[in-house]
Design a protein around this ligand. Structure first.
Ligand code: HEC
Length: 118
């Protein structure tokens, strides 16, 4: 299993390299998420996945979110920190809808914890 994962990783890395620029740092595997991160993944699937890929920086309707916090800047050029990401989630941005009314504080916290694993 380990071996297979390693091969997949190499294949993905090679694809990323030939596509453009250096590969993104890998995300934490779903099987290793803490309970909070896992709860955040559920929120992500319910509210964000229809517009954002989590496993690439390629766009769907919005930018892919892999390595969101591992890079210095968000796609918009704003600093990649919780304050900024929270503001985007709660208030929306251009074509992205606001989630201020649909997420509880706990769901938001869980979601941020998950986004940090990407
Ligand atoms: C209907 C589609 C849609 C949904 C649903 C959506 N987004 Fe977005 N998101 C977008 C678009 C489009 C952008 C690009 C906005 C812009 O900068 O013009 C974006 C941008 C972002 C950004 C980058 C902001 C920046 O400053 O560069 C983050 C982070 C983000 N979304 C997170 C989320 C999260 C987390 C969720 C789930 C709660 C979510 N989005 C749900 C469409 C969506």
């Amino acid at each position: 299993m380990r071996h297979v994962r390693k091969l997949i990783f190499i294949a993905l890395t090679t694809t990323a390299l030939t596509a453009c620029g250096p590969p993104l740092p890998p995300s934490k595997p779903l099987s290793e998420l803490t309970p909070q991160e896992s709860a955040g993944h559920t929120v992500y699937v319910a509210h964000c996945a229809r517009c954002h890929y989590a496993n690439t920086d390629r766009s769907l309707h919005g930018p892919g979110l892999q390595a969101l916090y591992k890079q210095k800047y968000l796609p918009s050029g704003a600093p990649a920190n919780d304050e900024r990401v929270t503001a985007v989630i709660l208030r929306g941005r251009n074509m992205m809808p606001a989630f201020g009314d649909s997420l509880s504080d706990q769901q938001l916290e869980n979601l941020l914890a998950y986004l940090h694993t990407l």
